[in-house]
Design a protein around this ligand. Structure first.
Ligand code: KG4
Ligand code: ZN
Length: 370
């Protein structure tokens, strides 16, 4: 719809208190009806590193332990009492079901006790709309734009055509980009999450030193595949067995891997932009969008297509509750623009899978998002 970046309808009755708990970040944020962040807190859970990945059960228990204090602290930061909250929102899928149940149930309970509405937010939709937060992208992020979502759990090219209107153009057929970074970092003996450590090591390596494949590069479409790259890399390590890797070799491998990922992603996004000639902007989101080599390549890709490139700052690229609150506000505004009742999703159940294509049903009277 026409509303661009700024909900204009004061009937939205914010502020919105939003909760994020779909993976291993426990987060709460409070946004005004206009999308101004009044307070936000994120706790990145630390109980997973010893296991080399997120343990769903540990994550769910940690969300449960953290949320009450986190919500109280966020309200205090905003200088608000619970009564001043206009409505409550939470990531309700897709993600790890235990954490989603904890966060969504907490949010529904809070809404019920305050006599306010609850709005269920699709976590991927929240990533997709983040670039539209007021003041984030110079010149704004008007629809339509292409979103590259690259995180530990997601790797997709999405045509963002409007609130609730998304088309998945392509996605990974095996690992997500962040997952590949994490697995390769593990092979190189780096800690978890591996992406940032791998990028740091790559700074002292030569990206051309070790030849690695570029899976799917040059092929039609914009699907991704990283498992062949990971296997090729493990074969380079095989001669060393359990011996520690020489530092320069490890750095060269890290740099060569990072370059291969950047090359593949650039190729896939170039194709995605051809599939979406109407796009006015290229947006990158998700933790891997923090990678500076990848960002530089995406800027080149956007420039050669005559487009602007935008990547929200890291704290908004990785999981957070500001994006959840913003997506809820955009959803409410879209409903208002269409003359539909304001959403009240207290009966919507958390779901581990929730395709973006289903979001259009929200704005189709008589249909339900459940
Ligand atoms: O979006 P995110 O915080 O969480 C979800 O997966 O939802 O993304 C985390 C992923 C991890 O796989 C991490 O290794 C990767 O993003 N990552 C990076 C960098 N920073 C984080 N990958 C490559 N380079 C980085 N600088
Ligand atoms: Zn995410």
């Amino acid at each position: 719809m026409s509303h661009q970046n700024l909900p204009k309808n004061s009937a939205l009755a914010g502020p919105v208190l939003a909760i994020e708990s779909s993976c291993d970040e426990t987060a709460c944020a409070i946004l005004s009806s206009e999308g101004v962040c009044l307070a936000q807190r994120v706790v990145s859970q630390d109980g997973h590193a010893d296991f080399g990945g997120v343990v769903p059960e540990i994550a769910a228990r940690a969300h449960l332990a953290l949320l009450p204090g986190l919500v109280q602290a966020t309200l205090k930061d905003a200088g608000m009492t619970p009564d001043e909250v206009g409505f409550v929102a939470a990531s309700t899928g897709p993600g790890l079901i235990g954490g989603l149940i904890v966060g969504a149930s907490f949010a529904k309970g809070l809404a019920l006790s305050l006599g306010k509405r609850f709005v269920a937010v699709n976590h991927v939709e929240a990533h997709a709309l983040t670039a539209r937060l007021p003041g984030l992208v110079p010149g704004g992020a008007a629809f339509p734009y292409l979103l590259l979502l690259v995180s530990g759990g997601h790797c997709q090219c999405i045509a963002v055509e409007g609130v609730g209107r998304y088309r998945k153009l392509g996605g990974t057929i095996d690992d997500a980009a962040g997952e590949a970074f994490d697995k390769v970092a593990k092979m190189l003996g780096l800690g978890w999450p591996g992406g940032p450590a791998l990028e740091k090591l790559a700074q002292s390596g030569n990206p051309k030193a070790i030849p690695l494949p570029r899976p799917l590069m040059g092929r039609a479409g914009c699907d991704f595949s990283f498992s062949g790259l990971k296997t090729a890399l493990s074969q380079k390590l095989a001669p060393y067995g359990l011996e520690p890797l020489p530092h320069q070799f490890a750095a060269d491998l890290a740099a060569s891997f990072q370059q291969a990922v950047a090359d593949v992603v650039a190729d896939r996004v170039t194709n995605a932009l051809k599939m979406m000639p109407e796009a006015g902007l290229l947006v990158a989101a998700g933790g891997v969008a923090a990678n500076s080599v990848l960002r530089a390549r995406l800027e080149e890709v956007a420039a050669s297509a005559g487009l602007r490139f935008a990547a929200p700052p890291l704290r908004l690229c990785t999981d957070n509750a500001v994006m959840v609150g913003w997506a809820a506000l955009e959803t409410c505004q879209e409903a208002a623009d269409l003359g539909l009742p304001q959403p009240d999703d207290s009966t919507v159940r958390p779901r581990p899978r929730w395709p973006l294509e289903d979001m259009a049903a929200r704005f189709t009277p008589q249909e339900s998002v459940v």
